[in-house]
Design a protein around this ligand. Sequence first.
Ligand SMILES: Nc1ncnc2c1ncn2[C@@H]1O[C@H](COP(=O)(O)OP(=O)(O)OP(=O)(O)O)[C@@H](O)[C@H]1O
Length: 777
Amino acid sequence: WCSGIGVGGSVIAGGGGGQFVCPTRRSTGHRDPFSTHSHHRLHGECNIRSRPIGQHNDNRAAWERTKVFELGSKANGDDDGGSSMINDGGGDPMTLAKASRLLSTFWSMAYPYYHESRPGRRLFYGMILLTLVNSAVSVMFSYIGKDFWNALSSKDAAEFYVMMIKFGGALIVGAPVSVLYRFQREQLAVHWREWMTDRTLQLYNSNRVYYSLERDIAGVSSASGTTPDYDSTRAEVDGGSGVARIDNPDQRITEDVRTFTAFSLQLFITVVTSVIDLVSFSLILYSIQPQLFATIIVYAMFGTFTTVYIGRSLLPLNFDKLRREADLRYLLVRIRENAESIAFYGGEDVEGKEATSRLSRVVENRRDINVAQRNLEFFTTCYQYLIQVVPVAVVAPQYFSGAIQLGVISQSNGAFNHILSDLTVIVNQFEQLSSFSAGIERLSSFFLAMRDADSSRSSTDGLLALPKEMLNDSLRVDDDNGDASVMLHSEDSDVGGVIQLNFERMTGQNVLLRINKLSLMTPDRKRTLIDNLDLTVHEGENMLIVGNSGSGKSSLLRAIAGLWTSGSGKITRVPDDEVYFLPQRPYCALGSLKDQLLYPSTESLSPEDYPEGHRLSRAHLLRESITDQDLLNVLEKVDLKMLPYRFGDGKDPIKGLNAVLDWGNTLSLGEQQRLAFGRLIVNQPRLVILDEATSALDVVSEANMYSLLKNMARKELKRAGSDDQPKLSRPGMTFISVGHRPTLLAYHDVKLRLSDGSYSLESVEKSVTIPRDIKML
Ligand SMILES: Nc1ncnc2c1ncn2[C@@H]1O[C@H](COP(=O)(O)OP(=O)(O)OP(=O)(O)O)[C@@H](O)[C@H]1O
């Protein structure tokens, strides 16, 4: 307590020598550069090892200002999953040019929040105010402490008790300020994280950026076992697709964003409080002990340079750390996702071997970090202990000669520590700063790659700027005539080898899809799959695409969907809300059986469901008119009538409809494919594109599903917010299928055959009919 009183606000923040409960540390558990194990994270308790006798509590205050909440300690040595601001980005030495590039990158990622979010600005201003008040409280305690010690050393009992009362009063004011200041800071950190994560998710989901990035991950990971990073200056770009390779986007969206916001805030506070402290305590120190200035400057410079020198090997090690951990985690996720296949193959030994080898890469890195840390700590620990005696030693002769009192020593010691901690932020936070710069690069490379992968954004757009169509809601919105034409890629991009995809309602033309001079290449541009294809699909004219395996059938569908863009030519089709793709692998979303049928529409979708500032990227249709009974009828049509009974209580099918299960691992492949046909009935598109969507069905079920498509009366869906009456229904949906089975021919009118880049288009003879005697084997 006695040492605490001498240093102002720190008595509130920490307590002396571990004797007090440490309110601020209980919830966070941070690295304490002043404890004897400064590089270890202290979890959930005020776990301060015994300090050198007389260690001034101002160190605690300094630590409070420079500590890294929830993350700083993760820069080194922690194993609990943590900060990804440690990863890659290269271990190049920090040059002035690099520092200014980092600063501008940091700004372009941090500024949009404060610019766009009003609550964010309010929280920020509140925090600044509380930071200033908190610093004032700190100075106030410094003066009270001085008088307290003076009263004690001069044995002035009356003055001593007056100071006790003053201290009590200051505590009543200072404690709430200190608590509220930290509370405000955490509130801002949470809000910023929420905003930035939501923005990142929007950018990730817009224009299927997640697909472009994922495709590249797959290629790279399988080839090398590791995942090269993207850097704006040395991008590893996928052979011509123009999209950079990004490892572990999931981790960047969760951990990197969290760390970025929390660390930025912490750094900002450190700088602000350091400047305030520097000014206020410099004045104090100058007024009482000017000669301590010289000592401070020499001491701080010595500490900074030595730490940078000894710790330089930590940078590249930290860059590697998280990637290695992510590689290990990624393998384990893959094993979980493919558990059944691996179990059938009996591949656990191979997977286990790979996991062990990835683990050993992690361990090797951690060992190197431990050694580098140990070397650094030899110095930092001595340095931190010395802080306790250096200022006292400088002024001790004056004290012994009687020129100054004990209170002056206490106050000058406090001021010395304040100023020193301000000047040596880099000493206390060396690893965190280096990690943070790596983290900025890691996050910005992700934003850059997302921007590159998004065809509607240009290279001059801000890193966090939403695509224009999200801002003005122009995409996929009808004009007055019910027609909309949106070009996904600009005209001139055609010259650079990009397929031009246009959306048109084409209501008057009886056309659903038109392909002109399409040449389609694989994303790596190494192979031309289709050359110079011209075709038109009219309403009611069903087309079957056939060809040898690998001839490019699915790839053509990908191009029609807009997923693959390498090549040239033009595809014009009805907009997304009139087309439904059934992929080869059925996808079961998280949620209830009902959600599976409604996918990708949701029961209710409102902007209130999203964080402030979120913009909906697509005009989702609300299926308000569909009742639970309608959905049960749909299940009956696709021969899944029993499903809601099986997964409910056995009596009430509605309960089964709302059952939430891991449907992908529960339903058989054939059941999932029939469920996908159920989605078609619910969504009622004009054009259906099926990629071997009946491959797991027997021929009878296949016949049932196709008959369903042919006979299904199409109702024009009522658009959300529109009072128009539904338009006239038209019999049947038009479908384009890819498949190998001869039985499929009977349901189609035209056959497109692909082979070695060329194609042929022919009508299916009328004589081809569905065999009457289809039986199951
Ligand atoms: N990301 C990719 N990068 C490079 N080549 C690819 C990529 N994806 C697929 N390919 C290649 O493109 C070719 C066409 O693939 P596609 O899936 O269109 O074949 P398909 O005709 O549908 O075959 P199947 O009948 O076996 O399903 C294949 O040779 C495949 O290896």
